[in-house]
Design a binder for this molecule. Structure first.
Ligand code: COA
Length: 260
């Protein structure tokens, strides 16, 4: 589809989803939120997709936020619906059964940082700027930013970013634990693909078990989380991949995982 606000493709197990509104710095309007939601739903079901890379088109922005033009005239109930639409997407990404990497190639502001934080890993270009500037619009983050930033970077950093509304550079984002790695902008794609390739060859059921256990553990008491981990751990012993992984180690060869 030529007028879609996103592009997608899958190659060698790596699915790429790109927000494609570069003239608006990839701002998230309702149509883009819906297109992303559909793309992640499809990727979740596609056995040929083992890992996803999410990014923004153009040299300047990952995503510069929710679409301010679209938001400016909303009434309260419409604002609530817009928030729910964004939150639905972020939760879809966070609970994906396969890893999602945000390749942060520039501005990740407001809904853009919220989108990156819903992903499981964030690799940022050294030129990226990240922040929650909604306060400058008389708003607060509405796609989960107050909650995910709090869990990712703690109360001090969350209040600093959300109250002051001043973006941080990639180096500071790394210090705060908001991104996993910072690389030279020219190397961003190659470095991200290296990580994606590693994940595309990893055991899919073990990746899924890890994602599920971390998601569950983030929301419950430790006893409950530990029980969940034990159940997932036990489940791994029913997989071909666990037999293959342990045998390959003992036979001093590389494992080949089938996802069964
Ligand atoms: N929503 C809608 N449009 C946006 C946008 C957003 N969040 N961010 C950028 N754009 C649009 C601009 O309106 C402009 O469109 P135009 O050319 O039709 O006027 C285009 O993208 C380029 O942006 P511009 O502001 O001219 O680029 P810049 O390099 O001068 O500034 C930013 C870049 C990121 C600093 C600036 O665009 C900005 O502050 N964006 C909003 C960030 C924000 O508050 N996000 C949170 C929203 S809840």
């Amino acid at each position: 589809m030529t007028d879609s606000p996103i592009t997608t493709n899958v190659q060698a197990g790596i699915g790429r989803i790109t927000v494609n509104r570069p003239d608006k710095l990839n701002a998230l309007n309702a149509a883009t939120l819906d297109a992303l939601y559909a793309a992640f739903n499809e990727a979740a079901e596609d056995p040929g997709t083992r890992v996803l890379v999410l990014t923004g088109a153009g040299p300047k922005a990952f995503v510069a936020g929710a679409d301010i033009a679209e938001m400016s005239d909303l009434r309260p109930t419409e604002g609530r619906d817009f928030s729910q639409r964004g939150q639905r997407l972020m939760r879809r990404i966070e609970t994906m059964p396969k890893p999602v990497i945000a390749m942060v190639n520039g501005f990740a502001l407001g809904g853009g940082l919220e989108l990156a934080m819903a992903c499981h890993l964030r690799i940022a270009a050294d030129t990226a700027k990240l922040g929650q500037p909604e306060i400058n619009l008389g708003l607060i983050p509405g796609f989960g930013g107050t909650q995910r930033l709090l869990r990712l970077a703690g109360r001090a950093a969350t209040l600093e970013l959300c109250l002051l509304g001043i973006p941080v550079d990639a180096a500071r984002a790394l210090q705060l634990g908001i991104v996993n790695r910072v690389v030279a902008a020219a190397d961003l794609e190659a470095e991200t693909l290296k990580i994606a390739e590693q994940l595309a060859h990893a055991a899919p059921l073990a990746l899924r078990g890890t994602l599920d256990a971390v998601n569950v553990g983030g929301e419950c008491a430790i006893e409950e989380g530990l029980q969940y981990e034990t159940a997932q751990f036990g489940l791994m012993f029913s997989t071909d991949d666990m037999r293959e992984g342990t045998r390959a180690f003992l036979e001093r060869r590389k494992p080949v995982f089938s996802g069964r």
